[in-house]
Write a protein that binds this ligand. Structure first.
Ligand code: SF4
Length: 432
């Protein structure tokens, strides 16, 4: 399959038979609002088979004028709204957003880079976050209270973040306290430190803040785990088992000392002896985008492209990370490509929108996604220029649509956990 600049264009060309290739579902050719009024689901893309919690936010129907507008009309309306709003609004675009949205972003990056980017525009009354729900929550936690954080489509959640909810984690915590007690050991280490990945709800960040825990990103997970294991005999890591396992394994923690916690079973499905030996207890969560990558794909890339450099994201399963040449956050992947000599060949294991954009931006290299089947993140896909035009024009008319607000009783402890992360390594390069 040849590379084009936009994943959306690629999907449409494949659907029309004008480009060879496969998508994971024909539904990807539809506009995201086609799914807003159906039964709750993550919609087409990598998470389409994941069960969605009943309480997941839903998006009401987008007004017809935005659903029926041509791409050219939406472009003109977005540009006009941005010009009218000027510095009153800052628009953020995550690396995994479609190019048709990223083109309007004032900043493009990973989740924490973007949350911090909003701080660079303190005069902005509104932060329009083209990303997913937990990212907008984080931006709300660290932005000024007067700034409104807007998520253009409320159905843009994250299936991985949804795999750990505050009730299940609290229940797990109570079982661990019953097992380990609450007293520190002779070295002053408490029985368990909770660590949450940035890709989690604000409630879980708040939980970590209240229980001596911390937040990590895919860039600083090792630094944060070291911090936690200095203060605790073991770590409870949620929601992504793969980031936790890959990071702890690289630090020398034996895989046998990393039991998986299944929230639907007593003691997570583990026996007492296993939990007593545990160093890192891994929540049963995963990213359906990164779970698609396989060792077989890496073998095929090596066979077809001798000398290829295989870089995968640490949300990939352990055998994939082990088989790759390197692994790292989105920021790591971007910097590795930027620093490579012209003529390099990369097989990348992360979301297709970023990989395809990098291929277009760095034509001096050969860059392709390890997975030949086009299957974007379902929830990132829920943001479309139609929603962006709707929320921006709402601001022009003095209406704040789709505001994401984290209540103070959650935001205050969540900020504590985020500040511990920053203090663990002040020059942290963020990614998620
Ligand atoms: S790529 Fe994975 S972790 Fe990121 S938003 Fe999509 S489902 Fe969530």
């Amino acid at each position: 399959m040849s590379i084009t600049a936009s994943v959306d264009t690629t999907i449409q060309l494949i659907a029309r038979g004008e480009l060879e290739g496969d998508t994971c579902t024909p539904d990807l050719v539809e506009a995201p609002w086609e799914f807003d009024s159906l039964l709750p689901s993550y919609g087409p893309g990598a998470s389409m088979a994941d069960p969605i919690p009943a309480a997941a936010p839903r998006q009401g129907e987008l007004p017809e004028e935005y659903r029926t507008a041509s791409p050219e009309e939406l472009h003109d309306r977005i540009m006009a709204a941005k010009a009218t709003l000027g510095d009153r609004v800052v628009t953020l675009g995550h690396f995994y957003q479609r190019d048709e949205v990223v083109q309007y972003a004032d900043f493009v990056g990973d989740s924490f880079q973007l949350a911090n980017a909003a701080k660079a525009k303190p005069e902005a009354e509104a932060i329009v976050f083209c990303g997913v729900h937990f990212m907008a929550e984080t931006a709300d936690i660290i932005s000024r209270p007067e700034q409104a954080v807007i998520l253009p489509n409320l159905a843009a959640g994250c299936s991985m973040a949804d795999m750990a909810d505050i009730d299940s984690v609290t229940e797990c915590w109570e079982q661990l306290e019953a097992l380990y007690g609450t007293e520190p050991d002779a070295q002053g280490r408490v029985p368990v430190i909770p660590v949450t990945y940035m890709n989690s709800s604000a409630a879980l960040k708040g939980f970590c803040g209240e229980h001596g825990g911390i937040v990590c990103t895919s860039s600083n997970a090792e630094t944060v785990l070291k911090w936690a294991l200095e203060r605790g005999q073991r770590v409870l890591f949620f929601p992504d088992q793969h980031l936790g396992r890959n990071t702890a394994k690289a630090m020398g923690v034996p895989v046998e000392q990393m039991p998986l916690w299944n929230p639907r079973k007593a003691f997570g499905g583990n026996d007492v002896e296993t939990l007593s030996d545990a160093r890192v207890i891994l929540w049963h969560g995963f990213c359906s985008v990164h779970k698609r990558f396989t060792v077989g794909q890496i073998e095929q890339a090596r066979a077809e492209h001798p000398g290829v450099r295989v870089i995968v994201h640490p949300e990939c399963p352990m055998p994939v990370v082990d088989a790759a040449d390197e692994y790292g956050s989105t920021d790591y992947i971007v910097k590795a490509i930027q620093a490579a000599p012209a003529g390099s060949t990369f097989a990348i294991g992360t979301e297709i929108n970023l990989v395809q954009r990098l291929a277009a931006e760095y034509p001096q290299h050969t860059i392709f996604c390890l997975d030949a089947v086009v299957c974007p993140c379902s929830t990132m896909y829920r943001i479309h220029p139609g929603y962006l035009a709707w929320v921006l024009e709402g601001l022009v008319h003095g209406e704040v649509l789709n505001r994401i607000t984290v209540p103070a009783d959650v935001a205050v402890p969540a900020r504590v956990a985020l500040e511990r992360m920053l203090a663990a390594r002040p020059d942290t390069t963020m990614a998620a």
